[in-house]
Design a binder for this molecule. Structure first.
Ligand code: ZN
Length: 90
């Protein structure tokens, strides 16, 4: 039996071309005071919008509709403890 190398089919070529590119490296966040790289602490969700205090009583539950979670990326400085918030994924 003779082994005949096969050319890759077009479907296989497309699959390779569709491979996701390497994700770009995260920008390095540096503490402005200490000039040291900040450590990523993870993502944090903040509740934004909605109502505060007595306005909830006046407006009823309609105000709750405007409340949503806003995620942030959290970094802290290992030297001075400063915390910085960035857009999610940054
Ligand atoms: Zn610092």
């Amino acid at each position: 039996m003779i082994f005949v190398p096969q050319k890759p089919s077009e479907a296989q070529l497309e699959e390779e071309a569709a491979a996701p590119p390497e994700p770009p490296p995260r920008p390095q966040h540096v503490c402005l005071a200490c000039r040291v790289p900040m450590t990523r602490s993870g993502e944090l969700n903040f509740r934004v919008g909605g109502s505060v205090g007595g306005s909830a009583f006046l407006k009823g539950n309609w105000n709750e509709l405007s409340e949503q979670l806003q995620p942030f990326s959290v970094y802290h400085c290992p030297s001075c403890g400063k915390i910085d918030l960035y857009e999610p994924g940054m």
